[in-house]
Design a protein around this ligand. Structure first.
Ligand SMILES: Nc1ncnc2c1ncn2[C@@H]1O[C@H](COP(=O)(O)OP(=O)(O)OP(=O)(O)O)[C@@H](O)[C@H]1O
Ligand SMILES: [Mg+2]
Length: 385
């Protein structure tokens, strides 16, 4: 049987007086590539160490295929870990590093030979078997660590920022390799990272954490397109966030139900946004629109659609970065007052398009987006919290 379901049930942990994990609940499915994503210090490593058995929780349980393993030492759980710093034995060759867990088990010589070659092949290191760790590149060292962690064929592989010591290009390459290894062996991967691009590109699902709490669990698409909180919206990619009040709510003829909501955003004016959440007139909400969903042009959009938000403004700060340009636009609200907060816009450079004249520094521009591309991310209480 390959892979394991992993259930994290009500895990709490504090160090001295400091609460590091507050009632964490996760259901990770057999064979999933599941990522824990969050800023430094939010508790990712602590949670991974609790799953691995290097740390015990104050409360809660860890179920592997339905069996509680809290209390079992790490070597009695069918879980193995790859650490950020590789932790290779410097005095052992690549071959012996990978063979080490089987030698500890006193596995027969023929089995060791067969398995080591199989796993060296998996990580594409057959040709380097006799090298010592100090003769390897960073990416090769990391691959030795992965082969060593996999050789006992665990049901779950825990990876704690395994690529963070590598340079950006190698990280991309290793990420693709990791994904391929996961697809080949089909066991459960729990991958810790604070890099949202990494998590978005390889995960089946992601849990976004902050300050010891899980804020949202979902597919990369769900997390990016419909962030559950302000924090998730900000943490996952660049975004525009505004606070506003609900002015009107009109049901749309959709199944499941959807609403066209009008918001009053003090800094911008009235905008329209669609939502599946139930909101009421007068409620305070946060609204987000991704920079790549905003269209910037020097002409006012000609469309007659009534679900487009259009603002006139001034382009304050274009930032050219090769494949795209980022614009910061200060818009005029309905009273003609310039907004304090700027709208960030990202425009990809397409070769085959009639894009009109290039938008230059301080140009008078129009920014627009359709109601369906914005999101209400957080419904606040009366006090606006
Ligand atoms: N053994 C310990 N004793 C006391 N405090 C600890 C211990 N281990 C972790 N902490 C604290 O718990 C919090 C969470 O740490 P953790 O290592 O889990 O964060 P992380 O999300 O992995 O961060 P990073 O991305 O920087 O690796 C931190 O504030 C850290 O200082
Ligand atoms: Mg960590």
């Amino acid at each position: 049987m390959k892979g394991s379901d992993v259930s994290v049930c009500g895990i709490c942990k504090s160090f001295a007086d400091f609460d590091v994990l507050n009632n964490i609940n996760l259901d990770i499915k057999k064979g999933e590539f599941f990522s824990l994503l969050g800023p430094s210090g939010c508790g990712k490593t602590t949670l991974l160490r609790i799953i691995a058995g290097f740390e015990s929780p104050d409360e809660g349980s860890i179920l592997l295929n339905g069996t509680d393993v809290v209390g079992l030492p790490p070597n009695h759980r069918q879980v193995n870990t790859v650490f950020q710093n590789y932790a290779l034995f410097p005095h052992l060759s690549v071959y012996e590093n990978v063979a080490f867990p089987l030698r500890l088990q006193r596995a027969p010589k023929s089995e060791i030979e067969k398995k080591v070659l199989e796993y060296l092949r998996l990580v594409q290191l057959e040709a380097h078997a006799s090298k010592m760790p100090n003769q390897l590149s960073g990416g090769q060292k990391q691959r030795v660590a992965i082969a060593r962690a996999l050789i006992k064929e665990p049901c779950v592989l825990l990876l704690d920022e395994p690529l963070s010591a590598l340079d950006a290009k190698l990280r991309q390459h290793m990420l693709i390799e990791l994904d391929q290894i996961h697809d080949k062996i089909g066991i459960t991967f729990i991958y810790v990272t604070h890099d949202q691009q990494e998590a978005l590109s390889v995960s089946d699902r992601i849990a976004v954490m902050n300050q010891g709490n899980v804020l949202q669990v979902g597919s990369p698409h769900e997390i990016y397109e419909s962030p559950a909180t302000d924090f998730v919206a900000r943490f996952i990619g660049d975004t525009n966030l505004f606070d506003g009040d609900v002015v009107s709510v009109v049901p749309l003829p959709k199944d499941p139900p959807e609403f066209m909501v009008e918001l009053d955003i003090p800094d911008l004016g009235r905008i329209k946004v669609t939502t599946v959440d139930t909101v009421k007139t007068g409620q305070k909400v946060s609204f987000t629109i991704r920079p790549e969903k905003v269209v910037i042009a020097q002409e006012r959009p000609k469309s007659n659609r009534d679900d487009i938000n259009i603002f006139q403004g001034f382009n304050e700060e274009p930032i050219y970065s090769g494949f795209q340009t980022k614009y910061y636009v200060r818009v005029k609200n309905s009273l003609g007052v310039m907004s304090a907060q700027m709208i960030r816009v990202v425009k990809q450079h397409a070769v085959y398009s009639d894009e009109g004249p290039e938008i230059d520094w301080k140009d008078n521009v129009y920014v627009s987006w359709i109601a369906n591309d914005g999101y209400i991310v957080e419904i606040k209480d009366e006090a606006g919290k």
